[in-house]
Write a protein that binds this ligand. Structure first.
Ligand code: FE2
Ligand code: FE2
Length: 172
C-alpha cells in the first residue's frame, strides 16, 4: 500500500513539476544546439521528467557526459506518440501500476486507439534514432535505446551506467 501511495505522489509531482522550469543553463552546458532542439521537442512534462532524472544523477556526483545527455533525452521518442492528456495519464498510470498490461497493449498492430500504445512501446528505439541523428555519442544512443530494458547483470561499463540511468528514471 505504501508503494502505491508513493507512486501516486510521484505521478502528481511529475504533473506539477512544470512549476520549476527548464533550467536552461544546465541544458546549454550539456547539450549541443542540435540536441537542445531535440530536448525542446518534448512535451513540458517530459522535459521536466528528463531534467529531474538528470539532476538526480548530478546530485550523486560527477557523471560521464554521455550519461547526462542520455538522461536529458532518454524519453524524446515519446514525441512520436499521438496522444492527448487523457491517454498520457492512462499510460503513466499503467506504466507505474501495470507495466505488463502496458507491454501487451504496446505490441501488435499500430492501428486505431492502439497506435498510441504501440508507438509508446517503441519510444526508446525511436528516441535512440533521433539522438543518433542529433550527433549523440554511440554510448548515449545505446543508453537511450536500452533504457527500458531490464539489466540482469552489469558486465560492462555501459550496463553500469544504464543501471544508474534506470534508478534515476524510477525516482521521477
Ligand atoms: Fe522511457
Ligand atoms: Fe523516463
Amino acid at each position: 500500500m505504501g508503494r502505491v501511495v508513493y507512486r501516486v505522489r510521484q505521478f502528481f509531482r511529475a504533473l506539477t513539476a512544470p512549476l520549476y522550469g527548464d533550467y536552461p543553463q544546465d541544458i546549454a552546458r550539456v547539450l549541443t544546439p542540435a540536441q537542445r532542439e531535440l530536448f525542446f521537442r518534448m512535451a513540458p512534462i517530459d522535459r521536466l521528467h528528463t531534467r529531474a532524472v538528470y539532476r538526480d544523477l548530478v546530485d550523486r556526483g560527477p557523471q560521464p557526459q554521455a550519461l547526462l545527455v542520455a538522461a536529458l533525452l532518454h524519453d524524446v521518442g515519446k514525441v512520436a506518440t499521438p496522444s492527448g492528456i487523457l491517454m498520457r495519464v492512462i499510460k503513466v498510470l499503467l506504466e507505474r501500476f501495470s507495466p505488463r498490461w502496458l507491454d501487451r497493449l504496446s505490441q501488435g498492430e499500430s492501428r486505431g486507439w492502439r497506435r498510441s500504445f504501440v508507438v509508446y512501446g517503441q519510444h526508446a528505439e525511436i528516441g535512440a534514432r533521433w539522438a543518433e541523428e542529433a550527433g549523440c555519442s554511440p554510448l548515449t544512443v545505446s543508453l537511450i535505446r536500452r533504457h527500458e530494458d531490464p539489466v540482469q547483470e552489469a558486465t560492462t561499463e555501459e550496463d553500469q551506467l544504464l543501471i544508474l540511468l534506470q534508478e534515476a528514471d524510477e525516482n521521477w
